[in-house]
Design a protein around this ligand. Sequence first.
Ligand SMILES: O=C(O)CCC(=O)C(=O)O
Ligand SMILES: [Fe+2]
Length: 329
Amino acid sequence: MTSVPIIDVSGLRGDRAARQAVADQIGRACEEIGFFCITGHGIPQELIRRVREASLAFFDRDEEEKRAIERQPPSYRGYIPLASEGLARSLGRAGAAADLKEAFSMGPVGAPDDAYHRSAEAAPHFAPNRWPASPADFQPAFEAYYEQLAALAGTLLGGFALALGLPEDWFADKVDRHISNVRALHYPAQPEEIEPGQIRAGEHTDYGCLTILLTEANKGGLEVLNRRGEWEAVPHLPDSFVVNIGDLMAQWSNDRYVSTMHRVANPPRSGNTRRLSIAFFHQPNHDALIECIPGCAGPGNPARYEPITSGGHRLMKVSRANQAATTMA
Ligand SMILES: O=C(O)CCC(=O)C(=O)O
Ligand SMILES: [Fe+2]
């Protein structure tokens, strides 16, 4: 039996009792495994179809065309070539293998050009997005998807607040200038033998607050490390997303909620096993200070983490995931 529950979150758009009932299920899932599948999310299937189609068309382009929009560190937006980062390195394992994936990443749209957004700490998080010249629907589809997923994340955060016994809008002023990212992740088929230790995405925990992931059914999918210490496949359901919490929610909640280790497994050698997933990484305001939520520490349960800023934590993780890639190449 799988440990990852399925939660219908449509009640978060209902009355207070309905919202609390969903929140209680979210709270339980986050205490037990840190992952859940959601239905009743309200994101139109047509938008999901557009963003998937645009992504596949882009990844099918020539390498040269894709590299024209390659990300330019310290910005982490744009095209990320195959095997150029290793998520397991984000845990500080500098020698871990690079992931057998390529990606496209984009962030905030239309952020004002003012002192807050231009400061040295803010700038990498508000770096301009880099768009491919085609397909024509690529930019409109991603911008619409970003906006809708950000709204869904806001709704889910209301549920997290209720689950933690906080005012429902407790997270609102910490995420009102969020630096979230949408990342399309393409894992090619693997017809040839691969190097020992190589994997589609190495084990890691997510960096931000919460992740809303669009998956697909193909072999070589997402696996989560359950409480028994076993890798377990995360189910794929039609018209659903996988939600998991990241490091910042774990730190906020003083580990009451777990930022669970996960990875993307390799597929069999034969067959059309390529896989596309699209992740929305919800990341609070760059200057939001993440410190133990009132009520999550107490006698016998001291705060476990030094306060950190959202933006600082993200840059540290991104640079670790990439650093070794350049020195080992
Ligand atoms: O592609 C997936 O299913 C998950 C990818 C992932 O965990 C990540 O990029 O953080
Ligand atoms: Fe992840």
